[in-house]
Write a protein that binds this ligand. Structure first.
Ligand code: PGA
Length: 239
């Protein structure tokens, strides 16, 4: 595991983009994340595309998760997030992008088909944020490490943390999500995990320090992955 500390989210994201670009080519498959963490990385990706240095025409992407219970048109859906923050600004073919179909009428079937799609794919680089409780994707504490795609009840602290995107009103935050499992995340060839702000410090400590690997802190499984880059700002740094 490579652990790198930066003065700011911006600087960390610039370095994350350099690392990403060294690991992929224009035919790669990306695992993408949402939330406030990867936004500056997406800014870097868009800028480099606009400068003519990289094309997404043949890039495939798979997103980690999506809320259950809000439509894709909802401004805070992860479908919308991806359009707004990346897909609408690069030449990616929307047919090559995949975000869990969490508003399907048959959720069980949607879970099964996302799993099948992921099983056929090989993600080259998975981008990850991290929850204050150590979740990756929406794999909350207690999720078995061998879990695949599933629907999850979000923990109280996750609902609280994400209420900032829903006018600060926890009643408006979806209570469930569909997520890639830990097993799916671990299949990626490389992982770039970003974390910014004090609220992530404990999770980063558990990830980077010591040997403990526990389902109670999902990110700790990444200690078993052969190629992980962890980039944080100085507020998320625990040292
Ligand atoms: P954030 O969420 O990027 O909005 O902080 C990260 C996460 O919960 O995984």
């Amino acid at each position: 595991m490579k652990y790198l500390v930066f003065n700011s989210k911006k600087e960390a994201s610039q370095e994350a983009y350099k690392i990403l670009k060294s690991l992929i080519n224009e035919n790669s498959t990306l695992g993408l994340a949402t939330g406030s963490t990867p936004t500056d990385l997406y800014v870097e990706m868009i800028a480099d595309y606009k400068a003519g240095n990289f094309s997404y025409k043949n890039i495939k992407s798979y997103n980690l998760d999506e809320y259950v219970g809000i439509s894709y048109d909802h401004p805070e859906s992860y479908h919308k997030f991806m359009e707004k923050n990346l897909f609408d600004h690069v030449d990616i073919d929307k047919a090559n992008t995949h975000v869990p179909d969490a508003s399907a009428s048959d959720l069980e079937l949607a879970v099964k088909s996302y799993q099948e799609e992921l099983n056929k794919a090989q993600i080259d680089v998975q981008i990850l944020g991290i929850g204050g409780n150590g979740h990756i994707g929406f794999n909350e504490p207690g999720t078995p490490f061998d879990a695949g795609v599933h629907v999850v009840d979000l923990k109280e602290e996750t609902i609280q943390a994400n209420s900032r995107f829903f006018d600060g009103d926890i009643n408006l935050v979806p209570k469930q999500a569909m997520t890639m499992g830990i097993k799916d995340i671990m299949r990626a060839k490389h992982i770039i995990l970003l974390a910014f702000g004090k609220a992530k410090q404990d999770a980063i400590r558990s990830l980077v320090e010591g040997d403990e690997i526990t389902e109670n802190i999902p990110c700790t499984i990444l200690k078993n992955h052969p190629s992980v880059f962890v980039l944080v700002d100085k507020d998320a740094d625990f040292q």
